[in-house]
Write a protein that binds this ligand. Sequence first.
Ligand code: MG
Length: 391
Amino acid sequence: MTARAVSIWGSTGSIGTQAVDVILTHPDRFRVVTLTAHANGRLLLEQAKKLRPATAVLTGPAGDSDFWKRAFRENGTELLLGREGLLEAASRGAEQTVLNALVGSVGLEATLAAIRAGVSIALANKEVLVMAGDLVMREIRGRGLSIIPVDSEHSAVFQCLQGEDPASIRRILLTASGGPFLRTPASELTSVTPAQALAHPNWNMGRKVTIDSATLANKGLEVIEARWLFAVPPERIEVIVHPKSIIHSMVEFADGSVKAQLGVPDMRIPIGHALSHPERLAHDFGRLDFTRCGPLEFLPPDTERFPALKMAYQALAAGGTATAVYNAADEEAVGLFLSGSAGFTDIPRLLEAALNGVPNTADPDLAGILEADRRTRDFVRRLASKRESAS
Ligand code: MG
């Protein structure tokens, strides 16, 4: 069996390091072409020594770039720098699959460059589809490429849909853990601290997605992601809170049958699935013991306490650049919360203000989407600083 040529974008982050784990478990099955990191040059170099990629990219501030270039060259790896370096590596088309584990909206342009170079995407960077789902899926389908989801919920739905006629889907049920504040009264949510919000009960994830899980904005982003990934209208996508995260999502079909995908909550399982699809690699990342996982509980999501979820449906209904606005406003608001410049309940307030205040553009191209992204960030920052100076 030939090794699959893969690249990992964002290899030093939470998903990226877990992907490196998966690859190191099966070194004969993968050949790594490119690794990228934002600013963690030290860890990137350590990974490059193990995985021997042809190219590495530091997209953020690299410090002494001559030092880093030399260090990577000694290892036989070419180092590229900045956003331009990422776009250059992306457009070479030297791999079969890119695992895009970048955080936030920076991955959109690079993803389009990779797709245009004939590369399939293992997608953890859900912002790509939230910002530009229509555009990206058209580019993918037009080239006969695929996007294999890494997000655990979408990986579950993708697996449930194997061998099924898409026309027979009655509804997609995305499960949500409910986050750390599932049972916290609304009156206490205003004083939640970043440290409390970062303590996720089930999953080991990056900071942005962990805060999004606490506000349910993550589930909102996932509804939008599912709408484009599976070409299913929003009214057929439902969210159900399932605190144990054992069922990763479900699909109900026209005959009333429901398929679910289950497993221990370990991101290396969906990462491995996306990197090796349509094959399955053998892993030992933990197995479910049904006699010990206790009763499985299901609840409707509380959109009064967590209004960010219903705003995602509003953004989908508005269409155009509204989902890009939702994404950018959330990313900015989470940044402000983590730095102590906004409260936890300001996150959905800033989201709502941006959806109402940033003008929508119908049928946007890439430039229009990036413009909406930029305008939204300015809007949220200005609004937050006005509020801070008023208080
Ligand atoms: Mg998820």
